[in-house]
Each structure stands twice: as C-alpha cells, then as structure tokens.
Design a protein around this ligand. Structure first.
Ligand SMILES: Cc1cc2nc3c(=O)[nH]c(=O)nc-3n(C[C@H](O)[C@H](O)[C@H](O)COP(=O)(O)OP(=O)(O)OC[C@H]3O[C@@H](n4cnc5c(N)ncnc54)[C@H](O)[C@@H]3O)c2cc1C
Length: 314
C-alpha cells in the first residue's frame, strides 16, 4: 500500500482550506498512509488544525525560523528530504502550490502532474488543458514518486475527523540563502482568499474605474465576500492583477459568484465553471455571460449594487 505526503498551505496561524481539498483528492488514492507536512515557525496551532482533517493519518510538523515565510526555494529542499519513502507528494494548485511544487519535483528528479481534477486509478489522473476546454488523461510512471498539484476547485474540503498524531520532525539540511523573504503586501486586504471564498463578487470593464470598484468592495465587505475581476478590469488598472479570475488568473469555485459588468469571454468563464450559482448583472441582454448564468439580470450595475447594499443593510 502506498504513502502520500500532502504539503499544507497556511499563513502561520490558520490552515488554508486548499489543504483539506488536497486531502480529498489524495483520499481517492486509497493509500495506507496520508500524512500532512506543516512547515512553519511557531505554528503548532496550524499543525493541530491539520491533524483534524478527516483522512489524515499523521502530521509532520517542521518548526524552524527559516519557515516563517513561505519561500519556495527554502521549503522545497526540506520537502524533498521529507518525501523519502513516500509514493506521492501533493500540494494545492494555488499560488502557493504552483510556486513550490515544481521545485520539489525538480529536486526529486521527476516531472510534475499539474491540476489534478480526478484520480482515475493510482497512477492515472485527469487534468484540464487549453483553459479547461479539453480534459486530458495522463499516466504517471509507476516506479517514481508522483509529485502533483491538485485543482482545488474540483474538490470539496475533507470534513473534520478524529485528531491524528502530530510529530515534530527536524530536517537537518542546509538551506539555500540566495532567496530571502523581504516583505509581503496584499492589495486585497482582509477579504477572503478568492480561491477558497464561498461568495465572490467580481467586476469587469463595465465598472469603469478604480474608484467605482469601491462600491463593490463595500458590498463585498458587508457580505463577507471575496472580490475578483476580469482581465479587462486588471489591464485597465482598476484593480491589482492578483484579483484576476480566469484562464490567466485564478480558478475559483465559490458557492455563489456574482459578475457585474463582465461580458463572459471564454477565458473568464474558464475560471468560474466550478462555481455553484452564477449570477450575472449586465446591461447588454446579448452578453455571453447570460448563457452560463443561473440567474441573469439585464440592468445597470450602478443601480443594482447600491440596491443590494441597501437590502443587505448593516
Ligand atoms: C490568452 C488570453 C488569456 C486571457 N485570460 C483572461 C482571464 O484570465 N480572465 C479574464 O477575465 N479575461 C481573460 N482574457 C480576456 C478576455 O478575452 C476578455 O477580453 C475579458 O474577459 C473581457 O473583460 P470584461 O468582460 O470585463 O470586458 P468587456 O468584454 O469589455 O465587457 C464589459 C461588459 O460590461 C457591460 N457593462 C458596461 N457598463 C455596464 C453597466 N453600467 N452595467 C452593467 N453592465 C455594464 C457591457 O455590456 C459588457 O458586456 C484573456 C484573453 C486572452 C487572449
């Protein structure tokens, strides 16, 4: 029976839900052991949280000051050392995992399978290509460690289970010093991470300006929602690039996605096809977003957003 190692994503104080989604994917491998590695600094609470994800056999907690920030160049060699004896090493296909896992694969001398959306058998996986317009079935070599990222939008979070043991593990290797953490800034403030938010409001070119995005932020904050954007809104400088949803942005799967002033280009739709309910507000009744929307409102967004805000109150 095989052994799986999952790399936890966290911010030093809480576990990112992408980890429990990666566990859901790995559970389909029917492995004998499904361990989660938490690399961090003084974040025992994160390790304890990872231990309660259903299906986890054991948490390997690597507590080291060098791991205070998620620098891929620093984490990857430790993960490569931890991977000894494991048949699979999985991480989420989030910005964190996309940055980290290719380095792990390179250090282990294997190729990476990106964006697993379903496990067909122990070494056969489905993944999207051409912006999700085609699904390819890939087979990994059976004599090598499988390093992969998991398309978190394709999986539900594994629920809570009985706490698994947490083991403190030290990885005694010299870490590279060529890449150092300087600072982390986020333009999206305290709003929920787009890739795990249950409600996302998104604005497109129709919003018209960075200033006009403020009305969307206000509504989002009342709803506890994340805020996304189309590429046109990013290119116009209305919002930062890490808010972009779509083929060259983030792939998201909220329960509710509301698009304001977004036409529904195929590259944008690629990012939201796993959303539970899609609501579109657009003044053009011919906008292609209405073809995929569960609820469509042909209206001026500048009338709809204040009205929604009024209804939500607070
Ligand atoms: C290789 C490649 C990759 C790409 N990747 C992405 C990607 O990741 N994400 C992405 O989003 N795009 C991506 N694009 C760009 C994509 O093709 C579209 O250009 C883009 O999504 C359009 O953004 P939009 O819908 O905001 O703008 P538009 O297409 O200009 O649509 C604006 C919409 O706003 C509506 N509107 C205007 N005013 C109002 C109002 N007052 N009230 C209501 N509605 C209003 C209009 O009717 C219109 O439908 C990519 C393109 C390429 C070629």
């Amino acid at each position: 029976m095989s052994k799986v190692l999952i790399i936890a994503e966290h911010d030093g104080s809480t576990l990112n839900p992408s980890t429990a989604k990666t566990v859901s994917c790995a559970a389909a491998l029917d492995a004998a052991e499904l361990d989660v590695a938490v690399l961090g600094s003084a974040c025992a609470a994160v390790a304890a949280e990872a231990a309660t994800v259903r299906g986890v056999s054991r948490v390997l907690y690597v507590d080291r000051p060098d791991n205070a920030a998620p620098v891929a160049a620093v984490l990857a060699p430790q993960i490569a050392a931890l991977a000894d004896g494991y048949d699979y090493v999985f991480g989420p296909s989030t910005t964190f995992g996309k940055d980290l896992m290719p380095r792990v694969a390179a250090l282990l001398g294997v190729g990476q399978i990106s964006d697993i959306m379903s496990v067909e058998d122990s070494y056969t996986f489905k993944r999207p290509i051409y912006a999700g317009n085609a699904i390819v079935t890939v087979r990994a070599p059976t004599d090598k460690t499988v390093v992969a990222t998991v398309r978190v939008a394709s999986y539900q979070t594994a629920g809570d289970g009985a706490p698994a043991p947490v083991e403190n593990v030290s990885v005694d290797i010299e870490l590279p010093s060529h890449t150092r953490f300087i600072d982390m800034t986020s333009d999206v403030g305290d709003r929920p991470d787009l890739q795990v938010a249950s409600v996302v409001l998104a604005g497109g070119r129709g919003i018209g300006s960075a200033e006009n995005f403020e009305i969307l932020y206000r509504l989002a904050d009342k709803l506890g929602a994340g805020v996304g954007a189309s590429r046109a809104a990013v290119d116009a400088g209305y919002v930062p690039n890490d808010m972009q949803v779509g083929q060259t942005g983030k792939i998201i799967s909220p329960d509710l996605y509301i698009a304001f002033g977004i036409s529904g280009a195929i590259q944008h739709l690629t990012g939201i096809k796993d959303a539970g309910t899609i609501v579109a507000v657009n003044k053009d009744p011919e906008a292609p977003i209405f073809d995929v929307a569960d609820v469509g409102l042909v209206a001026d967004l500048f009338a709809v957003i204040p009205e929604l805000e009024r209804q939500v109150g607070g």
